[in-house]
Design a protein around this ligand. Structure first.
Ligand code: FES
Ligand code: FE
Length: 462
């Protein structure tokens, strides 16, 4: 019997805790969300040359991300079609073919040899044991749809999914700022260190909904603030709140972030950013003078957000991407990527590398603070009594209004609101109901659909 997927009450601002611990709901998420949505699988700088590959993940599936001899990036399910064994068991390397260690089936990515990357190219005993009757074209590795966008590599299993750009909607412009810090004027971004991968004993939705816009958890990071561990080297999140920090979310798409109002380029970077590290501070200031003026509309978003379902990013310094890979209902594997302008001076790269390591990731002070919360909240929701009590997301409920600076987005003009978490949860519900893409993209109406609660008598869009 299918688990009851109705967990989110958008009008009341509540969510059933089952969605954070229930194994049946997790099994459905793997197919309905991770089997359909666009997912971040890597960065081009991880596979710079032909035949380079990395192992990555899409939901609970292992995938191979590789650049073929013909210079095409492809994403293949890392599971042999014979009995399912992983055909690639190392994190990264160079290969034009993958041979399964179980019975030796070989899959090639070289289009001079096969008609499509991932096709079955060799089978031991093909002539003798199969008498040449095995249709190799039918038994290749499953390939995902791929889109490379400003260095990032995205994939979906769903051939009917909209384009990545349509899927991201208005959030695309915000993401641009994280991926292409200098608006195409530089050699792009590269990864500063390897990807940090670490397991957390929490449901994957805790980090996803934390990054989408949990502005009120500043208390969590009091100790980091006390030692002034933040870009300004001053009072941490209290600085941000004083300078127009707000939540922006896309109720039709499930994405959202915490940021500053788009601001004129003259105001970026904030004058105090990284002033404790003069080389980094000067670099950011010069970069802003030289390049950000050319940015379309002269605006700059600063902040952090989540792209539904499980990719989050910081696009103010430090610039990082983080993917919350689901492992089970109560375990998540987080992958953190650290971005830097490819042509930044070594001294600046070094400052940011040190800063990233102390701030984010498994050794970073703020990440450790957050992980402690997410693990405890998961554990306490497994209790016999605890699991029956809903979570509350009513902060700022009914106060949101359209924000015409960001098409399709709403905000409520408050620093602290849980509108973004509710927007993300609403999207979770829509995917879990198994809606068609026409319904998910709001091309057709859904009967009795719960509208996102907006301010009743809004004085007009801001
Ligand atoms: Fe891969 Fe048999 S499982 S060849
Ligand atoms: Fe945090």
């Amino acid at each position: 019997m299918m688990a009851d997927v109705r967990c989110v009450d958008v009008a009341a601002g509540t969510a059933d805790r089952r969605m954070f611990v229930d194994d049946d709901l997790f099994a459905r998420e793997v197919r309905q969300i991770f089997g359909r949505a666009w997912l971040l699988v890597g960065h081009e700088s991880q596979v710079p040359d032909p035949e380079d590959f990395i192992q990555s993940k899409m939901g609970t599936d292992s995938v191979i991300v590789t650049r073929t001899r013909q210079d095409k990036i492809v994403v293949l399910l890392n599971s042999c079609r014979h009995r399912g064994m992983k055909v690639c068991r190392v994190d990264e390397g160079k290969a034009r073919a993958f041979t399964c260690p179980y019975h030796g089936w070989t899959y090639s990515t070289d289009e001079e040899r096969v008609s499509r990357p991932g096709e079955l190219a060799g089978v031991p005993g093909f002539d003798v044991h199969y008498e040449g009757r095995l249709d190799k074209a039918e038994w290749g590795l499953k390939a995902a749809r791929v889109r490379v966008y400003k260095g990032t590599i995205w994939a979906t299993w769903d051939e009917h999914a909209p384009s990545l750009e349509a899927y991201l909607g208005g959030m695309l412009k915000w993401l641009d700022s994280a991926l292409d810090h200098r608006n195409g004027d530089s050699g792009g971004s590269t990864l500063l260190v390897g990807v940090q991968k670490f397991r957390v004993r929490c449901n994957w939705k805790f980090p996803a909904t934390n990054f989408v816009g949990d502005a009120s958890h500043a208390v969590t990071h009091n100790s980091a603030n006390m030692i002034k561990l933040n870009p300004s080297g001053k009072d941490g999140r209290r600085d941000e709140r004083a300078s127009g920090h707000a939540a922006f979310g896309w109720p039709d798409l499930g994405h959202g972030g915490l940021g500053f109002l788009p601001r004129p380029e003259e105001e970026f970077p904030r004058p105090d950013t990284f002033q404790q590290f003069p080389a980094a501070s000067n670099y950011l200031r010069d970069m802003a003078r030289e390049h950000l003026r050319k940015r379309a509309g002269g605006i700059h978003y600063q902040g952090k957000g989540t792209i539904f379902p499980n990719m989050s990013f910081h696009e103010d310094q430090p610039r990082t991407l983080v993917v919350h890979h689901p492992v089970s209902a109560t375990e998540t594997e987080m992958w953190r990527y650290y971005l830097i302008d490819a042509d930044a001076p070594d001294e600046v790269k070094d400052i940011f590398r040190h800063y990233y390591m102390t701030y984010s990731g498994p050794g970073g002070m703020t990440e450790q603070d957050d992980i402690e919360n997410w693990e405890s909240a998961t554990r306490q929701s497994l209790g016999g009594m605890g699991r029956d009590l809903p979570f509350n997301y009513a902060q700022g409920l009914g106060e949101s209004e359209p924000c015409d600076l960001m098409p399709g987005a709403v905000w409520c003009g408050r620093t602290i609101t849980e509108q973004n978490q509710l927007i993300w949860l609403k999207r979770w519900q829509e995917f879990m109901e198994g809606r068609s893409w026409d319904q998910l993209m709001h091309r057709v109406e859904v009967e009795d659909d719960a509208a996102f609660p907006l301010k009743r008598h809004a004085a007009g869009a801001k």
